[in-house]
Design a protein around this ligand. Structure first.
Ligand code: ZN
Ligand code: ZN
Length: 131
């Protein structure tokens, strides 16, 4: 691993906050002020290819990078926030049903996060008051 790969790996695993490349860039600049965004992308790709981190794709929002440990995600349809959630591992059951054609699965559950739910509840209350 290069020094950049190592740092990026640590940032992704320690912060575990589903950072975008831009956010990782900001973090890494604190350590290596002269690093470029292109370097970040190169190293992120290398780490993904090596299976050391993974990319989480959410439609309509930038790619996030995440630790590799098996877990699933709740995705807020309003603000795009990702929250880790652990479901029962479906690998065994999928393998049983699909046999050797099974490769991997990536589960996303779409919901409205508590913050957005509070906001919309507050919004509804306001509408009620002014109606
Ligand atoms: Zn939300
Ligand atoms: Zn995650």
């Amino acid at each position: 691993m290069t020094k950049y790969e190592k740092q990026i790996y640590e940032i992704v695993n320690k912060l575990a906050g589903h950072l975008t490349a831009d956010q990782i860039f900001t973090e890494l600049k604190k350590i290596y002020p002269s690093v470029s965004l292109a370097t970040i992308y190169n190293n992120l790709n290398k780490l993904c290819e090596a299976g050391l981190i993974r990319k989480v794709l959410i439609e309509g929002s930038p790619d996030r990078y995440d630790r590799i440990a098996k877990h699933d995600h709740l995705v807020c349809t309003k603000c795009g926030r990702l929250t880790d959630i652990c479901f029962e591992d479906l690998t065994a059951s999928l393998k049983e049903q699909l046999g050797s054609s099974f490769f991997a699965y990536d589960l996303k559950v779409f919901y409205i996060c508590p913050e957005c739910r509070d906001l919309s509840a507050a919004g509804n209350a306001m509408q009620h008051v002014y109606r």
